[in-house]
Design a protein around this ligand. Structure first.
Ligand SMILES: NC(=O)C1=CN([C@@H]2O[C@H](COP(=O)(O)OP(=O)(O)OC[C@H]3O[C@@H](n4cnc5c(N)ncnc54)[C@H](O)[C@@H]3O)[C@@H](O)[C@H]2O)C=CC1
Ligand SMILES: O=c1[nH]c(=O)c2[nH+]cn([C@@H]3O[C@H](COP(=O)(O)O)[C@@H](O)[C@H]3O)c2[nH]1
Ligand SMILES: [K+]
Length: 510
């Protein structure tokens, strides 16, 4: 009797499968958990300590997510649903990052009111702010405001200039983080504005962050010690300029963002970039078949992004009837890509740490997360409260809301040509079909806590399979030593937490 089945047997049948349909069978443990190493090479020059990448979505990855992902050993890919200038500014913020220094602090001018401060406090949670002459970073520092200055005031129309502290303790640039932290602790201040010789505000160090201001041993860094960051572009012709600007601003990897990567637009773009910038690493996609993968690899892509319709906010498979079950897609595309020495990213549908173990076990070199990282402190939307629950928006990039994004009208991605054969309604309006939805998710805290938790859970999975690293996992996948079972509806239920339990602590349910 077979002790489980090889992936080759399972996936060379008529049925398609996703992560939850499978279970990985245990192996033999003869090493401690600390021997499991999840390092994974994205390209010849980029090696990440953890195989996790944040999705280029406009409710997930901007500079804050990219910084925390890179500090944790992964990678953030900044979305392109914004102007080129804004995207470059996001990249610069990541590249400028120095551990513990906030280079874009929230600031006010003396003319702002307490109501303005309260509104920001409500949104972002901070109580103390530096005050500059015009409310901007880079301008002259004129004071600070902390919770005790305003939290007990009844007249919230009062101006900041009437209550701010003007005798401010500052740090003079350049200053080391440990010196800044020492001043904060000794002087019992909540914030330390960092200024230059002209008393212009350059950055901020916060006492609340002192415990976070540690060394990140896994951080993804370039040889010049800056954090590694990626950015996405679309296949619109106008994005050639975006590519040019990103490369000029030291982007480490570019991801071409499309639900169906096997298009003349993407192949031409890849060839164009590779012709002009042969050393620029490119992630092509998305793909779910080896035929699609072949074209994109032949065009010159270095990495493939796998997934069509599997994302938690995706409606593509219902709306267009095109896509593929994610487990099957990851297995077949990775199997082919590895014969071409190309790495893969399993994108979409990852619901928990177990799904990460399964994606890697089916051949992926990395996973890309949207849902799991949305609604963290670092995701790029503001918190709001509903029924006393702290929430953030998470939406598909093909949702109506993302298509009509206020910051940058992404309608243009749908390339409406007045003279083309565009189907219109009886008001002569062009029809837009959403392939994603917008929803809310409950606050998940900081990526700096979430990622270590996910990574440790994944390491436990590896140890249980008796596998020490991703290379060994893939060797055993292709040799047939790695075994899986397919699960019935009831066996899936059996593997989950029972429904009749009342939970006291939902915090660490992966
Ligand atoms: N992974 C997934 O399952 C899915 C992801 N998405 C996300 O939604 C966003 C939008 O995806 P898509 O709609 O696939 O965007 P897309 O930009 O690839 O395609 C939108 C439309 O524009 C056309 N197009 C693109 N470049 C063109 C050019 N140069 N000339 C003429 N026509 C061109 C395409 O053929 C398509 O009809 C992306 O962020 C994507 O990741 C959307 C649906 C599914
Ligand atoms: O069908 C879709 N319609 C959309 O509007 C959409 N937006 C994002 N994506 C894809 O979903 C991935 C994130 O998936 P998760 O939320 O499951 O992590 C992302 O990384 C994308 O590949 C979309 N797919
Ligand atoms: K879906």
């Amino acid at each position: 009797m077979a002790n489980g089945w090889t992936a080759e047997k399972i996936f060379n049948d008529v049925m398609s499968y996703t992560y939850d349909d499978l279970i990985c069978l245990p192996g033999f443990i003869n090493f401690p958990l600390s021997d499991v190493d999840l390092v994974s090479n994205l390209t010849n020059d980029i090696s990440l300590k953890i195989p996790i990448i944040s999705s280029p979505m406009d409710t997930v990855t901007e500079h804050k997510m990219s910084i925390s992902m890179a500090l944790s050993g992964g990678l953030g890919i900044i979305h392109n649903n914004m102007s080129i200038e804004n995207q470059i500014e996001q990249v610069k913020k990541v590249k400028r990052f120095e551990n513990g220094f906030i280079f874009d602090p929230y600031t006010f001018s003396p003319e702002h009111t307490i109501a303005d401060v309260l509104e920001t406090k409500h949104k972002v949670g901070y109580k103390s702010y530096p005050i500059t002459i015009d409310g901007k970073v880079g301008s002259k520092l004129v004071g600070t405001i902390t919770g005790v200055d305003y939290l007990y005031l009844t007249d919230i129309t009062k101006k900041i200039k009437d209550i701010m502290t003007t005798d401010v303790l500052t740090g003079k640039y350049p200053i080391t983080l440990s010196d800044a932290n020492k001043v904060l602790c000794e002087e019992k201040k909540s914030i330390l504005p960092i200024v230059n010789d002209n008393f212009e505000l350059l950055a901020l160090v916060c006492r609340n962050d002192v415990h976070k201001n540690k060394i990140y041993p896994y951080a993804s860094k370039c040889p010049n010690k800056q954090l590694i960051v990626g950015a996405s572009v679309s296949t619109r012709e106008s994005d050639l300029e975006r590519v040019k600007q990103l490369i000029k601003n030291s982007i480490d990897i570019i991801c071409i963002d499309s639900s169906q990567g096997n298009s003349i637009y993407q192949l031409d773009l890849i060839k164009n970039i590779k012709q002009n910038y042969p050393n620029m690493p490119l992630i092509g996609g998305n793909v779910v078949t080896s035929e699609q993968a072949k074209n994109i690899i032949d065009a010159g892509a270095d990495v493939l992004r796998i997934g069509m319709g599997s994302g938690s906010i995706c409606s593509t498979q219902d709306v267009c009837a095109v896509g593929r079950a994610q487990g099957t897609a990851v297995y077949h595309v990775s199997n082919y890509a590895h014969t071409r020495n190309i790495k893969t990213i399993a994108d979409g549908g990852i619901k928990n740490s177990g799904n990460i173990v399964k994606a890697l076990s089916l051949g992926a070199d990395f996973v890309m997360l949207g849902n799991l990282l949305a609604a963290t402190e670092e995701s790029c939307t503001d918190y709001y409260f509903e029924n006393n629950v702290r929430l953030k928006i998470y939406r598909g990039m093909g949702s109506m809301e993302a298509m009509y994004n206020k910051k940058f009208n992404s309608k243009s991605r749908y390339l409406v040509d007045e003279h083309s054969n565009v189907y219109r309604n009886h008001h002569n309006e062009e029809i837009k079909v959403a392939q994603g939805v917008s929803a809310s998710l409950v606050d998940k805290g900081s990526v700096l806590n979430l990622i270590p938790h996910l990574v440790t859970a994944v390491k436990h999975g590896f140890q249980s399979m008796g596998i020490k690293n991703i290379s060994e996992l893939h060797r055993k996948l292709y040799s047939g030593d790695l075994k899986f079972d397919i699960r019935s509806f009831n066996t899936i239920k059996e593997g989950q937490i029972s429904e009749n339990l009342i939970f006291n602590n939902k915090k660490y349910r992966n």
